[in-house]
Every structure is written in structure tokens, then in C-alpha cells.
Design a protein around this ligand. Structure first.
Ligand code: ADP
Ligand code: ZN
Ligand code: ZN
Length: 758
């Protein structure tokens, strides 16, 4: 557009000094002002629409936060927006409210928070309306204007548009070049693209295919009758479908939580609403998706990292438009807009993968609860081993506590037994008692599951002559020996190198792998049980797409006798034939710097144990430990997870740790060894100046892994019994931090409610 026309058309807006406040997807904790587009009344632009703007030397897609007074000092420096990408915002006011809340709560730049909520294609500015649906329409501005004879094609288009809206497909069939004239009309603000047809109503989308109003295939004989506990749980949530309420469903493994979810989804669908079901990445298996599909005749979409970007975008838009009624998704799906929100269900709520570990460090669990509150719908958090945070919320009445204390169907609880491995001769980490049990299980034709949370062959490669140890040059970590490929790998930064033959220190050719990883135990099992079919499941053996699914099928079919793996095995899977579970190294988890280590270990033990004896045959769980009298372990085994959790909560209260206090962890890292510490010290002094009162400032200290990928890492922990002063202090520090010169070379982040201090 010629500059003169632009000046004329924006004169009005400029005179009133009205500008668009735009969030741009960069780590900047503020919005930016732009002149509204030519000929569009800025007051007609709705917050939340996507807008293309110039930023620095390039163009980017930003999000309109609102229209307001120009706050920049020099209006002459303001730039106009390049294009308005949406007529209607893709996010509702409620959806936006959550993003604004999340940006404040996590102290994260608003533009990046908005970007997280959108699938990549929409972030890149692609149209949210698929080509076949696009219709060219008149805007309200076109009415009074006439066109000069110099633009006959625009005049012709305008005449058509006065009669009716024209679908893109019709334009595409024209003989002449219509794109230029259409562009001109849009630039004038007289015409715009819209989506054809009204939004599909829930009835039209969901029930038309079946021609009846029952989404659940209720007559199906595979649908079990609910037991009493399941009925109570379903009843309690169903009664609360009209508004916000949070529920914690604590159901032992195999108690039929999934059946509760299915019934609730059914109730929600019958009301014409949508259900969002969130799971940890690893639990969203094709089997689960198939189960949901087999039970409902409505449109269901999935959203996880295994999909490509077009598929993710399609799922997102289907929920946003209300074309789909069920969303099965992982962490990042929590922001998906819902046209008719009905319920949010989050399974395995204790799982640490619901917390994003970098960038925008949100907790999908906590966001789900806030979203449900904003949307006035219930939220259900389910787990066999709830986090201490959620148990605390249940005890204090913020969540309604529902319990499924017994396994559904015929299966019974497994028996736990500790194996004291002190002074025992172990064969590659396997005690004689465990080996004996594996043999017996094999003889009965049943499956064993062995758990070791350490992949590779051995965690250490050591020189037998001089004691030299292979370490990563860039991290404070040892290189893990991988025998299959004869490589040494750092599991933290990804560095890898060939397996060494000679010791770089003393030149002796006697380097020995020390300790056991899954590869090594697999070899030992093959030697001990040559007739058995052994399967190892860990990140290395399942790298190829679809391989995990194929392996799980082999387990289901009964082909595999001994199953060995890392925590990939602990989650959600159902192995009907497994009757023996062996946990090779319980102690590793008991001794860690992280105060959550005990909780994690207990959850892991219970979850792994939960894979056993899920059908009629009872399961046996063997725990190898050098600490058989460890109070946590004893309590967990004798009295169960609930009792353990009670004791753990009491300890946390005494120690003044979460959930009785709130934390924010400041991380700083740089190539320079001094700068991170210096920056955090300054922060510490600043915190002292602002009299935090109730906020404890702990540190700075080196991070547990003080060097990672060549960068030196430090951290500072803020802790308070109340949220408000903690967040006040974080906000104060976030605002002032950029003033320090160190920030040019130090990468820093603040992690609200950190779940690991790594
Ligand atoms: P969870 O998710 O609590 O570990 P699942 O939902 O996977 O448990 O259920 C475990 C098994 O019990 C499944 O095979 C499921 O079909 C079955 N099941 C669930 N509810 C019932 C019920 N009321 N009666 C009989 N079997 C049931
Ligand atoms: Zn040596
Ligand atoms: Zn490394």
C-alpha cells in the first residue's frame, strides 16, 4: 500500500493515539505497541487474535492483548502491524485468562506462553481456516464506499459480495487473476475471509453418524458393571458436572480407574460437552486410544509428540471448533481450547513428566486445575500413588478425595518381600533368591518382570591398574559404557566416543566396566536361563518408532518369559501374565540429595509392583536392598502407599518443605565459572534489600550437576510458607535482574514449584 494511503487511513487511530498491544514470542517480559492496520477500526479487533508484526529485523506472529493508549515515548518509532491473521480469536476469554494467569504465576514472558498454547502451524501464521472452507465476505466497512472506474475487477467483486459471500473454490475457478483485487479489498478493510457455515453443533457432529443419541455402546458385553467403589466415584463427579470442583481419585493399580474415566466421559458427552483426558507421554498408548474409540462413537482426537505438526494442528482445531468431543493428550495439550468444555481428567497425576523441564516450566496438573476452575467444570486427578501435594490438597479440603481400595475383577494384591543382599554373592546384580524365583516362574510358564533404572551396560568404566575413571569432559558425570555399539556415552549432554582399549592415564589395557546396566543384566539372564525368551525395554532398545508397541505386543501375547527394563515399564501397562516382579536396586533411590527421592522411590516401587498378578494368579514382588530396615521401605511394604505418604507428609511438615512451603528455584549457567555465582549473589543481596520477611533465601550453591555440557551451573532457592510473598519477591527480582551486566553472559531461569532440583 502506498505510504500516503496508509497515512490517511491510520490518521484517525493516530489522532486518538490508539495502538495495538501485542505479545511477541520472545523471552521479553512485556508487550509491544503497534499502529493498527489501515482502515480497520482498532476497537473491532478482538484480544487473542494473531497478528503479523515486524520485530527487529524480521517478521513474527504475535498475539493481540488489547487496544490502548500509546505508551511508547516516541510515536514516530512505532511500526504498523503487517497483517491481521484471524477475524475471530481462536482462544476464548477463559482460555486467554488462563494464559495470562500462567504468565504471571510462572513469571514467564507472555508471548512465549501464548505460543505454547498454539500448535506450531498456527504459531507460524498459517490460516486456521482450511482452504476448502474459506469464503470471501464483505465487512461492515464496505457499505458506503464506491470504487473508481480504475479498479473494475474490485468493483465487480464488490458487486458480487453485496449479493452473497463467495467461496474460495468459486474464485479459484475464475479465468482471470482475482488474487490482486481480493488482496486490495482486504487491505482496504472492506472484505475478509471467513469460515463457511456455522459451527457444527454437538448434536450434529457427534450423533449424526449413529443416528441416535447414545454415544456409549452400552449394550456391549465387554463393558464391565461398576463395583461399589467405582460407582461412588462416578456418582460423586457426575453430581458435580455443573461447576468447578477438583477430585483426587486414589485407586490402587488395577482398581479400574480407566473405567471410571470412561463413564465420566460418557456422562459429559451426553450433555453435549467435550472431555479432555491428559496422560504422561508414555501412557498414551495405541491400546488406550483403541479402548476409548471402541467405547464411543463420537469423534476423538489425540495430541502428543508422536504426531506430525499437521496432525497436531488438526486435533487442536477440531477441539477448538467443537467438531471433536474427546481429546486424549499429553502435557502440552492442556492449553487446547475447548468449544464446549465438560471435564478435565488427568491420569497418573504424580508423574513428573507433567512438569515442563525447560523454557516455560509449567505444571500441566496445576494448569489443568486452574483451567477447570476458569471453565467451571470438574477436574479429576487420578493415581495409584498420588503426589504428596495432591494428598495435602485432599486433606485440606481443596480436593474431594475418592478411593478405589481394591483391585477390580478377580485379581488380588501382590505380596512384597525384601531380599537383604548385604554380604551376598550377586551374579551381575542378581541375588540367588531372585534367580531362584525367576527359575520357578519360568517353570510355571509365567512371566517375570525385572526393573533396573539404569540403561547401558555399566555406569562406569574404570582402569583396574590405576583407578582412572572415564568421565565426560563437558559434564560432572561418568561416561556410561554401552556394549552393543561399543560406545561410551554421557547420558546428560549426549557426548559419545568409542570404547577405550587402553587407559589414557597409565596405558594399561585393563579397563573394566563397573556396576550393572540393563544391557549387562540382559546378558547375565541369557547365560542363566538359556532356554528363556528375554526382552529388554529401555530408551536404547525402543529408539525406533513403533518398536515399543511391537515389544509390548510380544509381552501381551505371552511370547516373552523375562521382561527387563527401566522406568518405561513402570507406567500404565498391563501385563496379565507377569506374576513375579524383581526390583534390582531399591537403595539407589533412597539416598539422594533431592527431598522428593523417597516419594519417587515409593511411587516407582508401587507402580512397578502394580504390573504383577493383574489376573487371577497372585503376584510376588521382590525388592533387593542393603537397607532392609529402612523405615520408609518397611512402612511402604507393611502398610501400603497411603500410610507411607502420611509419614512422609509429617516429615515434610517438620522440615518445612513442600507442600507445607512453596518454592522457586533460580538457575544460572554460563561458560564462565564465576559469573553464575556472582549473578545469584547479587540477586541474594537484592532480595535482602527488599525485606522478604517470610521468604527464605537459600544459596547460591552449585547445582547438583555443577557442570553440564560445558556450562557451569549454580542455583538459588527461595522458599516461603505463603505463596504471596514468594511471588512478590520473584516478580521484584525478575524486573530488576536485566539491569545486572552479568545477564549478558549468564543464562538464567526461574522455576516455580520445581519438582527436581537437578
Ligand atoms: P487402573 O487404571 O486403576 O490401574 P484399569 O482401569 O486398567 O486399572 O483396570 C484394570 C482391569 O480391570 C482392566 O482389565 C479392566 O477392564 C478391569 N475392570 C475395571 N473395572 C472393572 C469392573 N468393575 N469389573 C471387572 N473388571 C473391571
Ligand atoms: Zn590406568
Ligand atoms: Zn556430558
Amino acid at each position: 500500500m502506498p505510504e500516503s494511503v496508509y497515512n490517511l487511513l491510520t490518521a484517525h487511530a493516530r489522532a486518538m493515539s490508539l495502538v495495538l498491544k501485542v505479545a511477541v514470542p520472545f523471552p521479553l517480559r512485556r508487550s509491544f505497541d503497534y499502529w493498527p492496520p489501515a482502515a480497520i477500526d482498532p476497537m473491532r479487533l478482538r484480544p487473542g487474535i494473531r497478528i503479523e508484526v515486524p520485530f527487529g529485523r524480521r517478521n513474527t506472529v504475535g498475539y493481540l492483548l488489547g487496544v490502548g493508549e500509546n505508551e511508547s515515548l516516541d510515536p514516530a518509532k512505532l511500526k504498523p502491524v503487517l497483517a491481521v491473521l484471524d477475524d475471530e480469536p481462536l482462544l476464548s476469554d477463559d482460555d486467554r485468562a488462563i494464559l495470562l494467569w500462567a504468565s504471571r504465576y510462572y513469571h514467564h514472558p507472555i508471548g512465549e506462553v501464548f505460543a505454547t498454547a498454539f500448535p506450531v502451524h498456527l504459531r507460524q501464521g498459517r490460516s486456521a481456516v482450511t482452504e476448502s472452507q474459506r469464503v470471501l465476505c464483505l465487512t461492515g466497512l464496505a457499505g458506503a464506499h464506491a470504487l473508481s472506474g480504475r479498479a473494475p475487477r474490485q468493483a465487480l467483486l464488490l458487486q458480487w459480495l453485496r449479493e452473497r459471500s463467495v467461496p474460495l473454490q468459486e474464485l479459484a475457478a475464475l479465468e482471470w487473476d482475482w488474487r490482486g483485487p481480493v488482496r486490495a479489498l482486504i487491505d482496504k478493510g472492506w472484505a475478509c475471509w471467513r469460515e463457511s457455515g456455522a459451527r457444527l453443533s454437538p448434536i450434529a457432529t457427534d450423533m449424526s453418524q449413529e443416528g441416535d443419541s447414545v454415544p456409549l455402546t452400552e449394550v456391549d458385553s465387554t463393558v464391565p458393571a461398576l463395583n461399589a467403589a467405582q460407582q461412588d466415584a462416578v456418582g460423586a463427579v457426575t453430581e458435580a458436572l455443573d461447576g468447578y470442583r477438583a477430585f483426587l481419585l486414589e485407586g490402587v493399580t488395577g482398581s479400574g480407574k480407566t473405567e471410571v474415566y470412561l463413564r465420566l466421559v460418557d456422562s459429559v458427552l451426553r450433555r453435549g460437552a467435550q472431555a479432555m483426558v491428559l496422560l504422561p507421554e508414555i501412557s498414551l498408548t495405541p491400546q488406550l486410544e483403541a479402548l476409548f474409540r471402541s467405547r464411543f462413537s463420537v469423534s476423538l482426537v489425540v495430541f502428543h509428540s508422536g504426531l506430525n505438526e499437521s496432525e497436531r494442528c488438526r486435533s487442536w482445531l477440531a477441539m477448538q471448533r467443537g467438531e471433536a468431543s474427546i481429546l486424549l493428550g499429553t502435557r502440552s495439550a492442556v492449553f487446547t481450547p475447548l468449544a464446549r468444555p465438560g471435564i478435565i481428567i488427568l491420569d497418573e497425576e504424580h508423574d513428573a513428566s507433567f512438569k515442563q523441564h525447560e523454557g516455560f516450566r509449567f505444571s500441566a496438573r496445576d494448569v489443568a486445575v486452574m483451567r477447570a476452575r476458569q471453565l467451571h467444570v470438574p477436574v479429576l486427578l487420578g493415581s495409584a500413588t498420588p503426589s504428596l501435594e495432591s494428598l495435602h490438597n485432599a486433606r485440606s479440603g481443596r480436593y474431594v478425595h475418592l478411593a478405589l481400595p481394591e483391585r477390580a475383577g478377580a485379581s488380588v494384591h501382590p505380596t512384597f518381600r525384601r531380599i537383604d543382599i548385604r554380604n551376598q554373592l550377586l551374579d551381575e546384580g542378581l541375588s540367588p533368591a531372585l534367580i531362584g524365583q525367576i527359575g520357578e516362574t519360568l517353570a510355571r510358564g509365567e512371566q517375570s518382570l525385572l526393573f533396573l533404572n539404569r540403561r547401558g551396560f555399566a555406569p562406569t568404566l574404570i582402569c583396574h591398574a590405576c583407578g582412572w575413571v572415564a568421565e565426560c569432559k563437558r559434564c560432572d558425570a561418568r561416561l556410561v559404557a554401552h556394549a552393543g555399539e561399543r560406545r561410551l556415552r554421557c547420558h546428560h549432554c549426549g557426548h559419545e566416543q568409542a570404547w577405550l582399549r587402553d587407559c589414557p592415564n597409565c596405558r594399561t589395557a585393563d579397563l573394566r566396566p563397573l556396576g550393572q546396566g540393563t544391557e549387562r543384566v540382559e546378558q547375565a539372564l541369557a547365560r542363566l536361563f538359556p532356554q528363556a525368551r528375554i526382552l529388554r525395554i529401555d530408551r536404547d532398545s525402543t529408539r525406533r518408532k513403533g518398536s515399543l508397541e511391537r515389544m509390548l505386543e510380544r509381552v501381551q501375547s505371552g511370547e516373552v518369559n523375562i521382561l527387563l527394563g527401566t522406568q518405561m515399564l513402570a507406567k500404565g501397562h498391563h501385563f496379565p501374565n507377569v506374576t513375579l516382579v524383581g526390583i534390582l536396586d531399591v537403595d539407589g533411590g533412597l539416598f539422594s540429595l533431592d527431598f522428593r527421592a523417597g516419594e519417587r522411590t515409593a511411587q516407582l516401587i508401587v507402580q512397578v509392583a502394580g504390573r504383577a498378578g493383574r489376573e487371577e494368579r497372585p503376584g510376588l514382588v521382590l525388592l533387593q536392598t542393603r537397607q532392609p530396615e529402612h523405615p520408609l521401605l518397611r512402612r511402604l511394604i507393611r502398610e501400603g502407599y497411603a500410610s507411607f505418604a502420611e509419614a512422609a507428609l509429617a516429615e515434610r511438615r517438620v522440615a518445612g518443605l513442600p507442600p507445607y512451603t512453596y518454592q522457586a528455584l533460580w538457575r544460572a549457567e554460563a561458560n564462565d565459572a564465576q559469573l553464575p555465582q556472582r549473578l545469584l549473589k547479587r540477586l541474594c543481596e537484592l532480595a535482602g534489600d527488599c525485606h522478604p520477611g517470610e521468604v527464605q533465601v537459600l544459596g547460591p550453591v552449585p547445582a547438583p550437576m555443577a557442570r553440564l555440557a560445558g556450562r557451569h551451573r549454580w542455583q538459588l532457592l527461595l522458599q516461603s510458607p505463603r505463596r504471596r510473598p514468594l511471588h512478590g519477591l520473584v516478580e521484584f527480582l525478575v524486573q530488576r535482574l536485566p539491569l545486572f551486566p552479568e545477564t549478558h553472559q549468564v543464562r538464567w531461569s526461574v522455576d516455580i514449584d520445581p519438582v527436581d532440583l537437578y
